[in-house]
Structures are given as C-alpha cells and as structure tokens.
Design a protein. Structure first.
Length: 364
C-alpha cells in the first residue's frame, strides 16, 4: 500500500507473507462497523486534477479515495474520474478483460438473515430448498470453461456439503481456461486446504459493508476466513459489497483499502439490488453513475498490482470506468427471489464479452 495512506485498515486484514505491509505510523485504525474516521488535521485539499494525475500513476491514498468518492456522481469531475480510471485500467491490465461466471448451487432459507439477501430465513422469500445435482453442476462448469471466462464460481449456502462441492471440483479438473472459485460460508485453514486440493484456486470472501450490523456474521469471523483461505493456498477476491445509497465515502474507501491490504487479486464494487421483502429494499439502489464512480475509485485504489477489477450487476458504464471483469450468473441468486434457469436478467457470456470489447478490452 502507498506509504502516504493515513488510515490503518491493515491491522485487521489478513496478509500474505510476500505482500508489502504498510508502515506502522498510520493515524487511525479502521472501524469494522462502519463509523467514520476523522480526517488528519492540516490535510491539504488538492484539486481533483492533481489527485487524478497522481492516482493514474499508481499512487492512491485513503484521503484521495474519499475525495473521489465524495464527488457528485453526475458531475464533470466524476466523469473525469471515470475516464481516468478507464485509461489506467486498460494500461495496467494490458487491455485484457475477463468474464466471471457464477453458478448458484443451491437455494435455501439462511438463518443469518442478512438485511439485503433474498435467502434470509426471516424474510420468508427463499421457498422450498433445492440444490443443483452433481451431474448438472459438472455439465454447467464444462460448458462455460471457454475462452474469455476467467473465473467459474461455485456459490453455495451454508447448507451445501463442502465434501460434495469438493467432489464436483475434482470431477471437472483440470479446467482449460478458467480458475475455479468457491463462494461459500466461513471456514478454517484445513477446509481451505481441502478446497485447494480439490482444484479451487480462489475464494470470494468480503468483509461486507456494515458487517455485523446488516449481516448475521461477526466481522472477526469473516476476517478469520480470509486469513484461513490465503494460508490454505487460495487467492482472494473481495469487492466493496453490497453498496447502497446509505454508504458514505469513508465506508466505501475503508472496504477497498482493507481488501487491498488483505492481498486480494480481485477488487471492485458490487451494488446492492433492492429485493422486495428484505429490510434494505426501501433504501433503493445506487444509480449507474454512482456504481461507475465506485468502480473507478476501486481501480485507482487497487493500483497496477491488482490485475482484476470486477463490478456487478453489469452495465456499460462499468467497463468504461475501470472494470475489466463482468459477471454472468446462473442458478440461485441472492439478489432475486427466482432461480435463474438461464443467464440472470438475460445477461449472457456474449453480452459480457461485447460490453468489455466495446470498452477496448480483449476477451478470449
């Protein structure tokens, strides 16, 4: 992390031994529950042009991120930010774009009852439990291991047996084009090693925005799993997730820097989809422009070291604002009450590839 960062979000973040650790002189420790951090006294307020010049060269501080996230999303400066992030993204990734294909393996009421999730048991939306048969999962994985798909993600509820998930992974390995990613509940290092041994190479696991307040999981548990995953040989993907209108600039910046300090290989921004019947529904969703702004700041915070910036749900502004990874989903969707028997919202692999190519990325 850049030594100019003035807020220590690294103390709680899991670290790989080979990652550069920030200096120990930071002014404040990130609050896991989302409280604002004070700005350091005497901080000079640079103009946006100066910040964009510096961040586009791979030097983004926490204060820079807060300034950029505080811009009105529809302002000329926010447009300049998105364009700068797009140029940086094309340069830092070598113009390579990828598709993240996610398979929701099962649907069931979840006792965690996160305030934004359609699976929450308390909301009564999940319906009769179901799970994808092993042969169906294997067929879906093989059918989507194609050029352009960089990640195939198996997403489960806590009710899906990890032994069964590992067996599915063993059946499909080796993949020709994609890395196999697990998006599962919390676990310890021995489970991470089992997943790695079965063929998984990455875990999606984020400290969600307002973790422990809007979720039924303690932040320490999420952080412990991130430690365990990397200790067990799995790379980390973690987005600022799930972003809504109520999340301020400091909350978003804190999430981005925490995951960056954790050594994540995939960063980005996931916007919350307001599901009717969940507590967060009434707060609505961020606009496409705001989502693009979050994505742009994620690209600049990540700096050149992080090769992949993922943004979801997809729209064209994201690929023009620093994202080089777009998501296609199938099966159980925590942002919906209906199982997606085909691509969710009819957004297909071809659509994702076309969107990335239109933004100047090479796919496949």
């Amino acid at each position: 992390m850049n030594p100019d960062v003035r807020h220590d979000v690294s103390r709680d973040a899991p670290r790989r031994p080979d990652r550069h650790r920030p200096p120990a002189t930071h002014r404040a420790r990130a609050n896991r529950r989302g409280a604002s951090l004070p700005s350091p006294a005497g901080t000079r307020r640079e103009n946006i042009s100066a910040i964009l010049r510096r961040t586009a060269h791979g030097h983004c501080t926490f204060d820079d991120a807060v300034r950029l996230l505080s811009l009105p999303p529809d302002s000329p400066d926010a447009l300049r930010l998105r364009r700068a992030a797009h140029r940086a993204g094309l340069r830092w990734t070598g113009g390579r774009g990828h598709i993240w294909f996610a398979i929701g393996m099962d649907g069931a009421p979840c006792p965690r009852s996160c305030a934004f999730c359609s699976f929450g048991e308390r909301w009564g939306l999940a319906g009769t439990p179901w799970r994808l048969a092993g042969d169906e999962a294997v067929a879906a994985i093989r059918a989507h291991d194609v050029p352009g798909v960089g990640y195939i993600v198996l997403r489960t509820t806590d009710l899906f047996p990890l032994d069964d998930l590992a067996e599915i992974a063993r059946r499909v390995m080796p993949l020709r084009h994609a890395r196999l990613v697990a998006n599962v509940g919390d676990f310890r290092e021995d489970t991470a090693r089992r997943l790695h041994g079965a063929g998984f190479r990455m875990i999606y696991h984020a400290l969600r925005l307002r973790e422990g307040m809007d979720t039924g999981i303690a932040p320490a548990v999420r952080l412990r799993t991130m430690h365990a995953a990397m200790a067990g040989g799995l790379a980390l993907a973690a987005l600022a997730d799930p972003a809504g209108p109520e999340h301020d600039a400091r909350e978003i910046a804190r999430a981005l820097f925490l995951h960056k300090c954790a050594g994540a290989d995939v960063l980005g921004a996931m916007a919350r989809v307001p599901v009717p019947g969940t507590p967060k529904h009434g707060l609505g969703a961020v606009t496409p422009e705001r989502h693009a702004q979050l994505t742009a700041v994620a690209r600049l915070v990540a700096e050149p070291r992080v090769p992949a910036i993922c943004a979801h749900p997809p729209h064209a502004l994201l690929a023009e604002s620093g994202a080089n990874v777009l998501v296609v989903e199938h099966g159980a969707i925590p942002r919906d009450t209906q199982r997606a028997h085909a691509a969710w919202r009819s957004f297909s692999l071809d659509d994702a590839a076309a969107m990335l190519r239109a933004a100047g990325y090479r796919v496949g």
